[in-house]
Design a protein around this ligand. Structure first.
Ligand SMILES: [Zn+2]
Length: 388
């Protein structure tokens, strides 16, 4: 079946004006500012976008697809994130990972979770490892996991500068990064180490040392949560000049929070003169969002939600930041850094992962691999067990 989308104002992410698209077999097979000649094609469903904005499906590079948490006792483990929590938030590609709990959760369960989402129509990848070293793996090595297991594209989220980390040494970090880098070369996968940054005052010093004292390319080191405090954010922006891509977490700020809101952080980054290609934003969906007192006790607990991504995009649109400047951090930058071919852009030959926005920024439609999951602001598909 062909899906013919007419009169969409396309941000690919660059602004292309009004375009008409033809989708088939999960791909964008044609895109043109002129009406597409459908000729003798049968089984065409035409959808008039009526001038709505159309952007690439969001690529969420940091999500606890199987549920994270467990930092406040056994009962605080977060449930699995369901299909519609992604598609209903405009997310069409997700990278799953393990965090604090890489004991009960395993690389095997994570790969299975990613495959489940793929079965349901999403594009899903994952990292091997978790907060701690030695990394939890499926084959016994980071290199083996990336080389042999399809959805695994790198390592993460490996924790540094955090009381929940395993306090890795520089040598331990370098060994993991070297394995991921070489496996990335062998496979064409990302081969990155996605680094969870905590509130610790060492901040990014170990990453600076790793780049200075080894031959591993800076792109391999990919710090996240860099907007959690001002000094860390300043260091992270500086680090992009060495070639690293940094990731902002779109967590909602609460009173007394020392973090920088993702909208504010992205504006500051884009105005800083740093490369606009080296910044991404992720949701930490399904992750627990604890706050700690000085003794390391949890004082407050929230759960990450993929919906924050669209909230940030709309917050930036409301203050007049052009959509084509905002969207890359949520789409093409993530796909490029993680070497996800055919993802993160609206172009002929790319996967038909699309988001259509209403005038007020709310979601009109989500198409994942050529299938509508949300259309006319209605959820059309649910994952297994979602309707119970
Ligand atoms: Zn984290």
């Amino acid at each position: 079946m062909f899906i013919h989308i007419t009169n969409a104002q396309v941000f690919a992410p660059e602004s292309l004006g009004v375009q008409h698209l033809l989708v088939a077999a999960g791909k964008i097979v044609s895109m043109s500012p002129d009406a597409i000649d459908l000729g003798s094609i049968e089984n065409v469903v035409t959808v008039d976008a009526e001038g709505r904005r159309l952007i690439p499906g969001l690529v969420d590079g940091h999500s606890h697809i199987n549920g994270g948490g467990g930092e406040s006792g056994y009962s605080s483990r977060v449930p699995t994130v369901k299909l519609s929590q992604y598609t209903g938030a405009g997310v069409t590609t997700v990278v799953g990972l393990l965090g604090t709990d890489d004991t009960v959760h395993t690389t095997g369960s994570l790969v299975t979770g990613a495959r489940g989402l793929i079965d349901e129509g999403l594009s899903a990848y994952c990292y091997t490892g978790g907060y701690h070293v030695p990394c939890t793996t499926l084959t016994g090595s980071v290199r083996g996991d990336i080389v042999y297991i399809d959805p695994i594209i790198g390592v993460g989220e490996l924790a540094i500068s955090d009381h929940r980390s395993s306090q890795p040494t520089l040598d331990e970090l370098l060994r993991v990064a070297a394995d991921s880098h070489v496996a990335g070369m062998m496979t064409g996968k990302a081969g990155v180490v996605h680094l969870h940054l905590g509130d610790g005052e060492r901040r990014l010093s170990m990453v600076h040392d790793a780049i200075a004292q080894s031959e591993i390319p800076a792109r391999v080191f990919n710090p996240t949560h860099v907007n959690r405090n001002e000094p860390l954010f300043l260091e992270a922006m500086e680090l992009t000049k060495a070639g690293c891509t940094i990731d902002i977490t779109a967590y909602p700020l609460v009173e007394g929070d020392t973090g920088i809101g993702a909208d504010r952080a992205l504006i500051r980054y884009l105005e800083s003169g740093c490369s606009p290609d080296h910044i991404t934003v992720s949701s930490d969906g399904g992750g627990c969002l604890p706050q700690f007192d000085d003794d390391g006790h949890v004082t407050r607990m929230g759960v990450g939600d993929p919906r924050v991504l669209l909230d940030v995009i709309n917050a930036l649109a409301r203050v007049g930041v052009p959509l084509e400047d905002v969207v890359p951090a949520f789409t093409s930058n993530v796909a490029r850094h993680l070497r996800l071919r055919y993802k993160g852009v609206v172009a002929k030959g790319c996967d038909a992962d699309l988001v259509v926005l209403n005038e007020d920024g709310s979601l009109w439609g989500t198409m994942a691999m050529g299938q509508w999951h949300v259309q006319d602001s209605q959820l059309l598909r649910l994952g297994h067990f979602e309707n119970l």
